[in-house]
Design a protein around this ligand. Structure first.
Ligand SMILES: [Zn+2]
Length: 438
């Protein structure tokens, strides 16, 4: 039996006008209270042992639990005598914790595939897994830095230096935690917060913290504006369809010549300059719930012109520039390989015939699996015949943009299904084809 711990002690001061006398977890979204959505989520994914940590409004929440029969769930309530912080409240309920447990915040609207999350935590053997996601104002958010394998490497608290290139990733406040990994920290003074206090400390002490990156729906309802937006998105079905157990529409975007200026091999961040309209196009795709996935060949690594760390930094710059314009990519996949030998200083280990170098479909296949992409609702967009051939080899429709190589590189004998002068026009076409409302 899997365990979920729901932190439902929040006061909701800023929501007073919408709440009236209700505690925040009982605010309505659609036909049921927020807490009802959490319980339904737990039930759906087999988290049948539920610990509710209560504070403000505990009596009303107990009353709701008693009236709302949930035969599939074993519910227990614990009332905090005073505010201990999120981690402090969990420590106070230590005697009731399972070996491994999920933590949900009672003031977030959450719809995600909890099986996927749980499996990721188990397969990576993490001490704790933090769900992370991009947000539309990264520059004034606390950021999480995650390496290629997904391990958390640093927490960057705001304000950030103006010249920092960052991944657009913030802590979404959904966790899977192993009880044993917490034990050494149990005596810390309260109030103690997971995100601000405990996780940075665990990272310092060498604990294995996994960053689980997902495009699924996790949003705060803490102000009247945010609450109203969540209600509207619930009514439109945006929340339900964001979950990764539903196939997702996507665009697979080439990088050089499509997103940024073509310069014959970007090896340093200062060579990366976004093309006009790119942020606007990506923002439009973001707003319509279309996954944005970058797939790019970077043979500059195999050729020894730059390192994988340089590529990571170049991609941070890409995310930073997009983030400034409130746009984000869901994933970036790159092939560091190159088949032909003969460059001085080349990386012998990467001089191979791989399965990921476009026009091979390896990168796209991996992305389709990792993000449950719907092949009937996805497109490959690029500026070269290699991208068009990649689309064909992946069984997806292709869109040529007449930027960068403008499709005139002559490397593959293929023609695109459609062509546009800019990424904005291509994005409009995709949005129209999916029939998605913003
Ligand atoms: Zn490759």
């Amino acid at each position: 039996m899997k365990q979920a711990v729901i932190l439902a002690g929040g006061k909701g001061t800023r929501l007073k006008e919408r709440l009236g006398e209700l505690p925040k977890p009982l605010i309505r979204i659609g036909s049921r209270p927020l807490l009802g959505h959490h319980l339904a989520l737990c039930e759906k994914y087999g988290f049948s042992d539920v610990l509710l940590l209560l504070g403000h409004g505990a009596e009303k929440i107990r009353q709701y639990i008693n009236e709302e029969q949930k035969p599939g769930l074993q519910l227990r309530c614990i009332v905090e005598p005073r505010s201990l912080g999120t981690a402090g409240a969990v420590f106070a309920a230590r005697h009731l914790l399972a070996e491994r447990f999920l933590v949900l915040y009672g003031d977030l609207m959450i719809r995600m595939d909890l099986d996927r999350l749980w499996r990721a935590h188990e397969s990576m053997r993490a001490d704790a897994t933090l769900v992370v996601h991009p947000n539309d104002h990264p520059v004034d958010s606390d950021l999480v830095e995650v390496d290629k394998e997904g391990w958390v490497r640093a927490f960057h608290t705001k304000p950030h230096p103006p010249d920092l290139f960052y991944q657009n990733l913030v802590n979404a406040a959904v966790y899977v935690v192993d009880r044993n990994a917490l034990e050494p920290f149990a005596a810390l003074p309260t109030p103690l917060d997971f995100g601000k206090d405990l996780f940075p400390l665990m990272l310092d002490k060498g604990r294995r913290l996994l960053g689980y990156r997902t495009p699924e729906y996790i949003k705060d309802i803490g102000t009247p504006d945010r609450y109203d937006r969540v209600c509207a998105e619930f009514e439109k079905g945006v929340i339900e369809r964001s979950a990764l157990d539903h196939p997702q529409p996507a665009v697979f975007l080439d990088r050089d010549g499509t997103l940024n200026e073509e310069v014959d091999g970007v090896t340093r961040p200062d060579q990366l300059r976004l093309l006009p309209g790119v942020a606007e196009a990506i923002r439009m795709l973001n707003h319509h719930g279309i996954r944005v996935i970058v797939v790019t060949n970077q043979p500059v690594v195999a050729k020894g012109f730059c390192t994988e760390a340089d590529i990571e930094m170049i991609h941070r710059k890409l995310e930073t520039l997009l983030g400034r314009e409130h746009a984000f990519v869901d994933r970036i996949y790159y092939c560091p390989h190159h088949p032909d030998r003969g460059f001085p200083g080349e990386r012998q280990d990467l001089k191979v015939e791989c399965e990921c170098r476009k026009p091979k479909p390896g990168l796209i296949r991996r992305a389709m699996q990792e993000l449950n992409i719907d092949p009937n609702m996805s497109w490959v967009i690029g500026d070269s015949t290699v991208d068009i051939a990649t689309a064909r080899n992946s069984g997806l429709p292709s869109i040529l943009v007449r930027t960068g190589h403008k499709g005139l590189d002559g490397r593959q004998p293929v023609e695109a299904d459609v062509a546009f002068d800019s990424l904005v026009e291509a994005a409009c076409y995709v949005v129209k084809k999916t029939g998605r409302q913003p």
